[in-house]
Design a protein around this ligand. Sequence first.
Ligand SMILES: [Zn+2]
Length: 402
Amino acid sequence: MPVATPKQYAAMLDAAQEGSYAYAAMNVSSLVTANAALKAFSDKRSDGIIQISTGAGKFVSGLAVGDAVLGAIVLAEAVHKLAERHDVLIGLHTDHCQPGFRDGFMKNWLAKECERLGFETGADGDDVPAAVLQAHPWLESFREETEKGSGRFRRKKSGDVDGFLRPLIQETARRREAGRPNLFQSHMLDASNLPLDLNLQLSRELLALCAQNEIVLEVEAGVVGGEEDGIDHTGAPADKLYTTPEDMVAVYEALHGVGRYMFAATFGNVHGHYKPGVVKLRPEILKAGQQAVLKNFGAEAESDLVFHGGSGTPTEQIAETLDYGVVKMNIDTDTQYAFTRPIVDHVLKNYESVLKVDGEMGDKKHYDPRSYLKKAETGAANRLAQACDDLRSTGKTICGRV
Ligand SMILES: [Zn+2]
């Protein structure tokens, strides 16, 4: 079965929401990891999501090219072809894409802010007047986080909205015009590095663009970027790591009716910034948020939630989130480890033959990359298969029924 059509993808999300289960969304960065994901979903008779980060896209395009958009397209096209040999539905998704200071959206907003406060700004968004920076204390750290260098040597970092998300949406738009299927079924915009009102403004704009192309948009709110907002790597976690019911209501108000979206609400989960045990997961946050939305807008308003940063979460806690509307859980660190572990085993067990020790020739069959990558593919597939069980998607494929 080829990759899910927009209609099939929507049916997948509906089925998960109604059935209180979720799809594992595995991050892939090569054909081997993509095949591991396909194998696991196939073995488990589970539909699933394969996702590509900006960094993975860059990696896939090769060290000599380093183009995130190109790499994402190449890998997505490969998954489209490979998925045809499997009898489950696969959704293709791109992971975290954060707006940058040089994105068109920010330039427009800055120009308006400068005008409102009676200043002129440089053509490139440079030379932001001090009064404008003072009026928006988050702006300077936002700029530092999203740019390399300083002063006139500032350069934007790759993978921002104009450099990654918009080109990929345009790629799907071009394909649709030519009568071809969508390249990706969904994309993530993570504008949690902006204040909530700007985050929602940008989310709304991109959701409208996605909706024109039958693409689902994943958005994030809750974690506020910038050190001044209290993200502390050593001390107790800030309240901002927990999406409030008010945030969830605001997201619904801003986005409902514009297009289909998923919402990465945060309930203490982090993307590997903290050691285990430092941050406490509080799934009840999701319950409270959903209840606030349902109370204000009725039963139809239940949000499709996404669980990020869940490595090492106990199975019971994962199950709890499924009852509160999580339909997608990102799996990256756990499958990365499960991929690498058998390679380490291979190298340590065959130490004398993977290397040319003391003038010997080693053993070609042990240093042929396929010899250990097959083991790695199996390792990652087995870990993802376990995730399908944890997320209750095993055996529930709707392939052939929609
Ligand atoms: Zn994440």
